[in-house]
Design a protein around this ligand. Structure first.
Ligand code: ATP
Ligand code: MG
Length: 394
C-alpha cells in the first residue's frame, strides 16, 4: 500500500468498485481516491463506466437463481464469463482516468448474487476473482457478504455505512433509498450525533425495487425495463391486487431483514395474480405495471415513515431514480403517510444515483485493505464488526 502511494500521481490511493445487482442489467463501475484517513465527506468519482450484460448472459444468471441441472458446472462457467465483463469495465475505467493497473490499490467487486439465504447461513455471489486479478493486474477484494453471515448477520445491506460516511447531514436525519432490483434504505442520524448521540445508523431491504416491474414489462412488451416509467404512468392501480401484494409477510418482519429474487420473482407475482383472480389479458397488463410501481413506492414509503420519523428528505439512488413515475409515486405515498418528507436523488448531494453502489464497493475495498470493519452490526444483525472480503492478489 505505501509503495502504491509513492508511485501514484494522485494525492490518495485509488480504488475501483464494481457492482452488478439483482436487476441483472450489467456492471456499474466507479473509480475514486480515498485517503487512508478518510472518515467521511464528499467523494469525487474520477471515472465511471457501465457494461451491459447481453440477453443470453442475463438468461443464464436468472436460470441459476433456482435449482437446475448441472448447476455447479454452469455456475463456474458463468463466473468466468462475468470476470471477463468485470475486466472490461476495469479497463474502461483505467482508460478514462489515464491510470495504469499499478496505480490502483484494489478493486472491490460484489459479484452476482444467485442465492441469498442468510437464514440457512449462506449467500452466494458468483464471481471468479482470481481470474479478474489475472485479467486486470490489480488486487481484487471479493465476497463481502459471507463474513457478516458467518457472524450471525444478514450479510446485507452493506451500503448504509458508506451512505452515512458520504451523505449524513450535520443536523438533520436523512434517508438514502437505493432502488435497484430490490429496494433498501439507510436511515442516517445527524452527523453531530453520531458519536455522542443515541441514534444509530439503521438500514434494511424494504422489498422489491425494479425486479417485478422489469419482469412484467419483459413478459408483456419484451422490454428490459419501463423507461422513465412511461408505461406504468398510463395505467390505473388495481387496489385488490395491491392489497394482496402488500400482504406478503416479509413486510411485517422487523429489521434487520434482507430479501432478493429468492422471494420476489415472476412466479411469485403470478401466484399473487391468481389469488386476485386476475385475468392476464393484454388489455389489463398495463394496470399491473402501474400496480407494481405503486407496490414498490408504497412499501418503501411505509418503511420510511415507520423507521425514519423526523427525516427531512429521502435521496434516491440506483436505477429507480431514473423512473420518473416511480419517483412521483414515492412522493405521493410519503405525502399520504403525512411523513413531511421530500423526495430527491443523490445528485442533489453531489453524487450521481448510478455511482453510489459501485463507489460503496470501492470504499469497502479500502476498508478491507486497511483491515477495518465494513459492516454495521446494528444494520445486519451480526454479532459484531467484521472485516469483510477476501483478497486475490494481482
Ligand atoms: N431510464 C430508466 N427508466 C426506468 N427505469 C430505469 C431506467 N434506468 C434504469 N432503470 C431501472 O433500474 C434497474 C437497474 O438499476 P440498478 O443497476 O441500480 O439495480 P441493480 O443492478 O439491481 O443494483 P443494486 O443491487 O446495486 O441495487 C433497471 O433494471 C431498470 O429497472
Ligand atoms: Mg445494475
Amino acid at each position: 500500500m505505501s509503495a502504491l502511494q509513492l508511485t501514484s500521481p494522485l494525492a490518495a490511493p485509488v480504488y475501483i468498485g464494481l457492482m452488478s445487482g439483482t436487476s441483472l442489467d450489467g456492471v456499474d463501475g466507479a473509480l475514486a481516491a480515498f485517503p487512508d484517513d478518510y472518515g467521511g465527506g464528499p467523494v469525487q468519482t474520477l471515472a465511471s463506466a457501465y457494461v451491459p450484460f447481453p440477453d443470453e448472459l442475463r438468461a443464464e444468471m436468472l436460470a441459476l437463481q433456482t435449482a437446475g441441472e448441472n448447476e455447479i458446472h454452469r455456475e463456474a462457467l458463468l463466473a468466468n464469463i462475468l470476470a471477463g465483463y468485470y475486466g472490461r469495465c476495469v479497463a474502461e475505467l483505467l482508460a478514462q482516468a489515464g491510470l495504469t493497473p499499478q496505480q490502483v490499490a484494489a478493486i472491490g467487486v460484489h459479484g452476482q448474487t444467485i442465492r441469498h439465504r442468510p437464514e440457512l447461513g449462506f449467500t452466494r455471489q458468483t464471481n471468479n476473482p482470481a481470474l479478474l486479478a489475472e485479467l486486470s493486474g490489480i488486487d481484487v477484494v471479493a465476497d463481502f457478504r459471507s463474513r457478516d453471515i458467518a457472524a450471525g448477520g444478514q450479510g446485507a445491506p452493506l451500503v448504509p455505512a458508506f451512505h452515512q460516511a458520504v451523505f449524513s447531514a450535520p443536523d438533520t436525519i436523512r434517508v438514502v433509498a437505493n432502488i435497484g432490483g430490490i429496494s433498501n434504505i439507510s436511515v442516517l442520524p445527524p452527523r453531530d450525533e453520531r458519536d455522542g448521540g443515541t441514534m444509530k445508523v439503521s438500514g434494511f431491504d424494504t422489498g422489491p425495487g425494479n425486479v417485478l416491474m422489469d419482469a412484467w414489462i419483459g413478459k408483456h412488451l419484451g422490454q428490459a425495463y419501463d423507461r422513465n416509467g412511461d408505461w406504468a404512468a398510463g395505467g390505473t392501480v388495481l387496489p385488490a391486487l395491491l392489497e394482496i401484494l402488500r400482504s406478503e409477510s416479509f413486510f411485517n418482519l422487523p429489521p434487520p431483514k434482507s430479501t432478493g429474487r429468492d422471494l420476489f420473482h415472476l412466479d411469485w407475482l403470478l401466484d399473487q395474480l391468481a389469488k386476485a383472480a386476475f385475468k392476464d389479458t393484454p388489455a389489463h397488463a398495463r394496470d399491473v405495471q402501474t400496480t407494481l410501481a405503486a407496490f414498490t413506492a408504497t412499501t418503501l414509503a411505509d418503511a420510511i415513515a415507520r423507521y425514519a420519523p423526523g427525516a427531512a428528505t429521502v435521496h434516491v439512488c440506483g436505477g429507480g431514480a431514473c423512473n420518473h413515475h416511480l419517483m412521483r409515486q414515492l412522493q405521493d405515498a410519503l405525502d399520504r403517510c403525512q411523513a413531511g418528507i421530500s423526495v430527491d436523488t443523490t445528485a442533489a448531494l453531489g453524487m450521481p444515483p448510478n455511482h453510489v453502489e459501485s463507489l460503496a464497493f470501492a470504499w469497502l475495498a479500502q476498508r478491507f485493505c486497511l483491515r477495518r470493519a465494513g459492516n454495521l452490526p446494528a444494520v445486519t444483525g451480526a454479532r459484531g464488526e467484521r472485516i469483510l472480503g477476501a483478497l486475490y492478489p494481482a
